[in-house]
Design a protein around this ligand. Structure first.
Ligand code: NAD
Ligand code: TYD
Length: 351
């Protein structure tokens, strides 16, 4: 691992991974290919640990000519593929972009990697497994795929293509399926940063349905460490589940964010708890995710390093300390249009 191509490295997890890798691997050079969609920003790549080993290229993963050129010119030996359309609610409003980037884009990257037999790590999600009932065992690497949203269906399709390239062409691939991430640089359309932002601005905190849906939250740097462990010690052809062993319902997360903010900003008015509003549920909303992480723990010695309480506090403090980042992101990325599309007509429920 000398010359890495990271796709989607201007997005939330990708930019954290680029930082992590530049810190952990002093000899590695990183080429970062990102289309800078609404979810990506150069604001996420300011003050990298060692700029001289990082090259940013604005471009689309569906552009085969560009991808071939980058692989050749930078003598890429490893690809870590993050680039995707990643937000379930957007996939409900506009599924086409998810099919294009997540399926056609992954195919384009795989086919280019195949030409040079380049090691390919595919970053995927627990959402490919669908929804658990309470009491069901956590997802393992062999749980059957059963995706519910256009987002998770497109990620499932991309996972199948990755495995097909391994079996058919012998491409050296690994796949990780990870649970919900949170932490610095997350675009404020996802649950945790949205709640922080709205609470700071005195806006409603919209909780879908009854708020009892369960996700398995993981601090983003722990995800980066898991991918790093897979790149170093993972076996080609293998899949690894990654998760946080943190599974409170959404409403509890929203209340905890409110109480941490109240503690850190005692003068905040109105108090976040008074802003919670239950609103119409997401169609096809998965009820519960949980990840069995014994394989990556046993084979690669990885485990999450933070509790959710510690990670949330760190995350909230980061957002408080980076008001400039938040202002720049809000101005650049058309967040207000999305708020209008997803929330303006969403009916408030009675609970
Ligand atoms: P994100 O939406 O924050 O970032 C995605 C990045 O990909 C952006 O920088 C965007 O500009 C870029 N991109 C989108 N389309 C592109 C294209 N056609 N060509 C080049 N670049 C393009 O997403 P994220 O939350 O950082 O997720 C990264 C990856 O991790 C995704 O593959 C996602 O499915 C997976 N994942 C995310 C989570 C999570 O909780 N966020 C959990 C598990 C897995
Ligand atoms: P999200 O952060 O969009 O991630 P995902 O859908 O990939 O799990 O949502 C996390 C959970 O929070 C999910 O159960 C939906 C819920 N949610 C709300 O209740 N309100 C919101 O405004 C958002 C964005 C999400």
């Amino acid at each position: 691992m000398k010359n890495l191509l990271v796709t989607g490295g201007a997005g939330f997890i990708g930019c954290n991974f680029v930082r992590y890798l530049l810190e952990q691997e002093p000899a590695v050079r990183v080429v970062n290919l990102d289309a800078l969609t609404y979810a990506g920003s150069l604001e996420n790549l300011r003050n990298l640990p060692d700029e001289s080993r990082h090259v940013f290229v604005k471009g689309d993963i569906c552009d085969r000519t560009l991808v071939d050129t980058l692989l050749r010119d930078h003598q890429i030996d490893t690809i870590v593929h993050f680039a995707a359309e990643s937000h379930v609610d957007r996939s409900i409003h506009s599924p086409g972009a998810f099919v294009q980037t997540n399926i056609v884009g992954t195919f384009t990257m795989l086919d280019a990697a195949r030409a040079g037999n380049i090691r390919f790590h595919h970053v995927s999600t627990d959402e490919v497994f669908g929804s658990l009932h309470s009491g069901d065992p956590a997802f393992t690497e062999t749980t059957a795929y059963d995706p519910s949203s256009p987002y998770s269906a497109s990620k499932a399709a991309s996972d199948h293509l990755v495995r097909a390239y391994a079996r058919t062409y012998g491409l050296p691939v690994t796949i990780s399926n990870c649970s919900n991430n949170y932490g610095p640089y997350q675009f404020p359309e996802k649950l945790i940063p949205l709640m922080i932002l709205n609470a700071l601005e005195g806006q409603p905190l919209p909780v879908y349905g009854d708020g009892m849906q369960i996700r398995d939250w993981l601090y983003v740097t722990d995800h980066c460490a898991a991918i790093h462990a897979i790149l170093k010690r993972g076996q080609p052809g293998e899949t690894y589940n990654i998760g946080g062993d943190n599974q409170p319902p959404n409403i509890e997360i929203v209340r905890t964010i409110g109480s941490i903010l109240t503690e850190l900003r005692p003068a905040l008015h109105p108090q976040p708890a008074t802003l919670i509003k239950f609103v119409a549920d997401r169609p096809g909303h998965d009820r519960r995710y949980a990840m069995n992480i014994s394989k990556i723990n046993r084979d690669l010695g990885w485990q999450p390093s933070r509790t959710l309480a510690a990670g949330l506090r760190e995350t909230i403090q980061w957002y408080l300390d980076h008001a400039d980042w938040l202002t720049a992101i809000k101005q650049q990325q058309g967040l207000s249009n999305w708020m209008q599309t997803n929330y303006a007509t969403r009916e408030q429920t009675k609970q």
